[in-house]
Design a binder for this molecule. Structure first.
Ligand SMILES: Cc1cc2nc3c(=O)[nH]c(=O)nc-3n(C[C@H](O)[C@H](O)[C@H](O)COP(=O)(O)OP(=O)(O)OC[C@H]3O[C@@H](n4cnc5c(N)ncnc54)[C@H](O)[C@@H]3O)c2cc1C
Ligand code: FES
Ligand code: FES
Length: 480
């Protein structure tokens, strides 16, 4: 059974098709139609709702795309929709600020914006313009324009923080903790389909041995599009999102170890502390809603040629701990990708952990994402570079790209042209030509093959230029 709080009321789900999304559950089953469907693919933000999760004695509020979230993932969480904000006739301060700033015209996008703003308001004591823009990057508006909406997000801070959610916070924490303790594996079975959400890794391994055909789901930001866009039916879904061991971020002497179900938002701080340059890539990966839900395990697991983290992990020399039943093995990330969407995973095996070596002072790291839009856009090319110089010579270099081949891949010819050579303009230009031997990219709606190759060559040149002078001059990182 799946148990969650809809605002403050406990709901139990027993007979709902586990392929149902939270959006469809809200609109079709509960007739809560304030939450809108724009794209059903996580792109527009019209379906944004907020989930509350207990964190010590507080609730942490996350904006998520309900259109790509399976209903079973609500287990042990609080679901808040736009319907829950108003108190009697009194609008919530977030809604009132939208009215005051004329932040809505046709209104279709408004509930989604309001929910993203609500999550921001609950989690931030003070507004900061750039982080407001970051929080709203996954919400699209086709008629109002963003200026009044951003203004509303700044103005909502004029009212005090205390609201009905703060008053109920401690009782919600207690209720959610109680739900979480009741079942080791939450389960939903209906319409010939099943959703399992175990809370420990041994149970996860057992379920996968029993159901080798099962599909693992972490954040669902990739997999659930199979249901909403390709109209597939998934018979057995096994969620990693409750598995305690897979939610850990641990630091050893030599590495950062990320459980496979750690989200981007949860991994961000530990990764950026080691590799400050990852800041831009992580903050531009999807939208706030996607980063709240999506995991690095899922980014590797889906084996997409255009995923952003695989080239980063390959260049950093990261490895994966794979587990099947009681047995584990460790492989380099680059050996995980075999062919288009084909991986080294065996039946019933899963990614347990991702081991990222710590930074070393003598080694430089850069990651560059090329996409048409700054926020919430898939890369046309994504390049990652790890470089060590010794007395002006290239001692070692690791280069990997996404978007350039059927799998995320190392640029071996390019690397060989650099190793042992002086780090200067002519060596770098020669290595740029060698990149043509590494990749024969495709043309698609994101970019032509020529553009992909050219821009990727230029990313190596950007690395060279950035290491000569200040990084700020080379990149557009926000629109201000
Ligand atoms: C609007 C939008 C924008 C996006 N933008 C970006 C972007 O900018 N860059 C980018 O790289 N991606 C992007 N994505 C893709 C997606 O969000 C990421 O790949 C994300 O990291 C997937 O993680 P998840 O936890 O949601 O995976 P899920 O959807 O839960 O799973 C993805 C795949 O991985 C498998 N899997 C999950 N966990 C494991 C595990 N532990 N072991 C083995 N296999 C596993 C699943 O079975 C599934 O096949 C975007 C998606 C959307 C919808
Ligand atoms: S409906 Fe567009 S993001 Fe969900
Ligand atoms: S107000 Fe019409 S889409 Fe935003």
């Amino acid at each position: 059974m799946i148990k969650f709080l809809l605002n403050q009321t406990e709901y139990q789900l027993r007979d709902i098709d586990p392929n149902t999304t939270v959006l469809d559950y809200l609109r079709e089953h509960l007739h809560f139609v304030g939450t809108k469907e724009g794209c059903a693919s996580g792109d527009c933000g019209a379906c944004t709702v907020v989930v509350g999760e207990p964190c010590d004695d507080k609730i942490y509020y996350k904006s998520i795309n309900s259109c790509i979230t399976p209903v079973g993932s609500l287990h042990g969480k609080q679901l808040i929709t736009v319907e829950h904000l108003k108190q009697g006739k009194q609008l919530h301060p977030v809604q009132q600020a939208m009215v005051n700033c004329h932040g809505s015209q046709c209104g279709f996008c408004t509930p989604g914006f309001v929910m993203s703003m609500f999550a921001y308001r609950k989690n931030n004591v003070r507004p900061e313009r750039q982080s407001v823009i970051e929080a709203l990057g996954g919400n699209l508006c086709r008629c109002t324009g963003y200026k009044p909406i951003i203004e509303a997000a700044m103005q909502m801070y004029r009212s005090p923080l205390e609201d009905q959610f703060s008053l109920a916070e401690s009782s919600v924490v207690e209720k959610l903790k109680a739900i979480r303790q009741q079942q080791a594996t939450a389960e939903l079975s209906a319409a010939g389909k099943t959703y399992f959400a175990p809370d420990n890794v041994a149970a996860l391994a057992d379920i996968l041995l029993k159901y080798p055909q099962a599909k693992l789901v972490a954040g669902g930001t990739d997999l659930i599009l199979d249901i909403t866009q390709f109209l597939k039916e998934i018979e057995v879904l096994v969620s990693t999102s409750r598995v305690e061991e897979l939610k850990l971020v641990e630091e050893t002497e030599s590495a950062i170890e990320l459980g496979a179900a750690v989200t981007y938002i949860e991994a961000r701080q530990a990764l950026i502390a080691q590799y400050p340059d990852l800041h831009e890539l992580i903050d531009r990966l999807g939208s706030r809603q996607i980063r709240n839900q999506g995991t690095i395990g899922g980014n590797v697991g889906n084996a997409s040629p255009i995923g952003d983290m695989p080239p980063v992990l390959i260049a950093l020399g990261a490895s994966l701990v794979l587990r099947r039943g009681d047995e584990s093995r460790q492989i380099p990330v680059e050996d995980y990708f075999i062919a288009y969407k084909k991986t080294a995973l065996q039946d019933s095996e899963f990614i347990e952990r991702i081991i990222v070596p710590k930074a070393k002072p003598e080694v430089q790291f850069r990651a560059y994402k090329i996409s048409k839009r700054l926020e919430d856009d898939i890369s046309a090319s994504c390049g990652a570079f790890r470089l060590q110089l010794d007395d002006g010579l290239v001692k070692s270099i690791d280069i990997a790209f996404g978007g350039m081949a059927e799998i995320p891949k190392r640029a071996t010819h390019c690397e060989q042209a650099l190793i042992g050579q002086p780090w200067n303009d002519s060596t770098v230009r020669n290595a740029m030509i060698e990149l043509e031997k590494d990749f024969t990219p495709l043309s698609d709606f994101r970019a032509s093959a020529d553009y992909r190759l050219k821009v990727s060559q230029n990313l190596l040149y950007r690395l060279y230029l950035e290491l000569q002078s200040s990084a700020e001059q080379m990149r557009v990182t926000h629109y201000g």
